[in-house]
Structures are given as C-alpha cells and as structure tokens.
Write a protein that binds this ligand. Structure first.
Ligand SMILES: Nc1ncnc2c1ncn2[C@@H]1O[C@H](COP(=O)(O)OP(=O)(O)OP(=O)(O)O)[C@@H](O)[C@H]1O
Ligand SMILES: *[C@@H]1O[C@H](CO)[C@@H](O)[C@H](O)[C@H]1NC(C)=O
Length: 325
C-alpha cells in the first residue's frame, strides 16, 4: 500500500479500499489503479474560502493539487494522441479504452464508476496505458494525490515464482472484498464514487489472447485485422474457467460490474524495436538504431519454433538497452 503524501480532501474511499485489500496485497501480487473522483460540489467549494483570501487561495490552488481545472481536467485529444503515438501494437485495446474513458468522462452524471479490466501477456502495456489515462486526467499524472495504486508486485520475492506470477495477479478474495466499492453505490461513507475509475490489471486470459494472435498469424492475416469480437470469447472463457483468476467465484461478471474487458495482444519484434526507440528518446540518448535492433534481436520470442511474440514484451527494455549503447 502506497503512502499518500498529500491529502487535500477526505479520502475515506481510499482508506476503505486500503483496509479491504491490505491483507491480500501482503501475500499476493495484485495491481489495481483507482482514479478518485474529483467532482463533488463540497470539494470544489473548498477552493472558495472567501473573497478576502482570494489571492492567497489562488496561489494555494496552483501550488497544492486541489479539485480545480488547473489540476484536473480530462483531455480527450491528448489521450487519443498518446494512444496513437505511444502505445504500440495494441489497436484493439486503444480503441476500447479511448471510447470507454472518453464516454465516461463526458457523462455528467454517471450511474456508477467506470471499471476496466485489462488482460494480457506480461509487458504489453497494461500499466503503461493506465499511466497515459492518468496523465490525461490529472496534471500530475500518476503522482496525483487522486491516483491510488494498489500493488504487491514490487515486493514479489523470487524470480523462481515467475510462473505463478504469470498466471494471474488478482487473488480471488481481493475482488470480492472490494466489490462494494465497484457496485452501484451512490453513497458509501457519505461519499459519492460515481466519477471514479477503477483499472484492474491481470494476466488472466493472456494465453488465450496469444492463441488468437497466433491463429491469425498462421492464417496469414494481418494483426490489425484482429477485432475485439475475435478476442472476446477467448477472454471470457479463460476468465471464467481459470480457477486462479480473480473473477472466479465472484459475482462481478454476473452483475455486469466490469464495464470493459480490454485485451492486450502479445508484442512482436517490430514493437520491441519501437519500444526501444521510444526508450532512447525518453532517456534523451543519441539515436542509435543499430543498438535498438541488436537488443530486439537478442530478446526471447515464443512459440519456440515460430518465434513471433516477445516473451517479456517491452518490459525489460529500459534496463536491457543500457547494455547495447
Ligand atoms: N504496447 C506498448 N507500447 C509502448 N510501450 C510499451 C508497451 N508495452 C510495454 N511498454 C513499455 O514497457 C514498460 C512495461 O510495460 P507495462 O508495465 O505496461 O506492462 P504490463 O502489461 O503492465 O505487464 P505486467 O502484466 O507484467 O504487469 C512500459 O512502461 C512501457 O515503457
Ligand atoms: C490536450 O492534449 C493536446 C495533445 O497532447 C495538447 O496539445 C493540448 O494542449 C492539451 N490540452 C490541454 C487543455 O491541456
């Protein structure tokens, strides 16, 4: 559980969730992003502390993150551009997420929070895309005090447990315990959660998604021809049938509380190259295509014979690249 440094406003929701999940997070790797609502009238009126204090308040609002348009405001164009130019090889996820988030954010009175469940192979951009969404809602992006990250991956003890780690990061009990928060509650602890966004990240269904991508490849079809409907069956079957899945034994799906299941495709050699280039730019390094290509070639690809998909996706690139420059 991350410590929340700046808490300008009551965050009883965060506290509630924290209490519910802390026990699980201590033992299981899970990732859950929670983007807190920031549209309650009393939160906004917090800024209006009287005419005499106007100047001081104004300054305060620029220095300390508060519920105003300087700090918070959804940028649909920004998200669209980021998804297009920064997220590689995820045309299906891109489309679904843009539609889901834009639709939700432009709704004045959503009846429930937006709940997204991102599924796919490791290192394919699930955390990354969550950061892009945060960046286009909050001025401070992931460092916003309205963004909450619940994770235990950082404390995951041994490389040897990587197999378990790959199966699914969400413990079955976890989702049950936070279910009330995802439910159609208008008020819980006197706080409205309706404009909140929950993003679950999971590797469940990843193998089935890989199979669909592999079938397309074997049939000589373009990756970009893969549509959401081609993946939906694979995804729902795996999520329902996998006993290790967090969705097992929960009524979350029955009650349609998860709004969108978003599939992430396994990344190919060309995407690894793209990630390598992007990494160079973000590190401010001198451009070196040869190094990027060499690094991409040295990565592990699967299935063993076809060698199409990057075993670790783009995940290890930041550290790997250093060895090639
Ligand atoms: N599709 C992608 N496009 C661009 N960059 C990517 C993509 N996938 C991964 N990356 C890069 O690799 C890093 C690690 O990926 P990320 O943590 O998002 O993977 P993940 O799918 O969440 O993996 P895991 O399931 O193991 O948590 C990202 O920070 C980003 O720099
Ligand atoms: C929204 O994002 C676009 C593209 O990144 C940027 O040019 C624009 O300035 C942003 N708008 C606001 C209001 O931040």
């Amino acid at each position: 559980m991350m410590a929340e440094a700046i808490e300008p406003i009551s965050t009883s929701l965060a506290v509630g969730i924290a209490a519910a999940v802390t026990g699980f997070l201590a033992r299981y790797p899970n990732v859950l992003y929670f983007f807190q609502e920031c549209c309650r009238p009393e939160w906004i009126s917090y800024n209006k502390t009287g005419a005499g204090l106007a100047l001081g308040t104004k300054l305060y609002n620029y220095l300390v993150e508060t519920c105003n348009e300087h700090w918070i405001g959804f940028n649909a164009t920004g998200l669209e551009e980021d998804l297009q130019s920064k997220l590689f090889g995820q045309h299906v996820a891109s489309r679904v997420l843009l539609k889901a988030v834009t639709g939700f954010m432009s709704s004045q009175e959503p009846k429930k929070p937006l709940v997204l469940s991102l599924h796919g192979w490791t290192g394919t951009g699930k955390n990354f895309v969550s950061q892009l969404i945060a960046k286009n809602i909050y001025q401070r992006g992931m460092t916003s005090s309205f963004v909450h990250l619940f994770t235990a991956t950082a404390h995951f003890p041994h490389e040897a447990k990587l197999e378990t780690y790959k199966m699914d990061k969400m413990h079955p009990g976890l989702i049950d315990s936070i279910k009330p928060y995802l439910d159609y509650y208008d008020q819980l602890d006197g706080v409205s959660y309706r404009k909140a966004i929950f993003i679950f990240l999971s590797n469940a269904g990843g193998e089935n998604i890989v199979q669909v991508a592999l079938d397309f490849w074997k049939a000589g079809k373009e990756r970009e021809e893969i549509q959401l409907k081609d993946l939906e069956t694979a995804l729902s079957l795996s999520v329902f049938n996998n006993k290790n899945s967090g969705f097992w034994h929960t009524s979350l799906i029955d009650k349609n509380l998860v709004d969108f299941f978003v599939p992430f495709l396994p990344l190919e050699y060309k995407h690894v190259v793209q990630c390598g280039r992007a990494e160079m730019i973000s590190k401010g390094l001198e451009f070196n295509e040869e190094a990027v290509v060499q690094m991409a070639r040295d990565m592990n690809y699967f299935p063993r014979n076809e060698r199409i998909f990057a075993m670790q996706g783009c995940k290890v690139i930041p550290s790997r690249l250093d060895f090639y420059i």
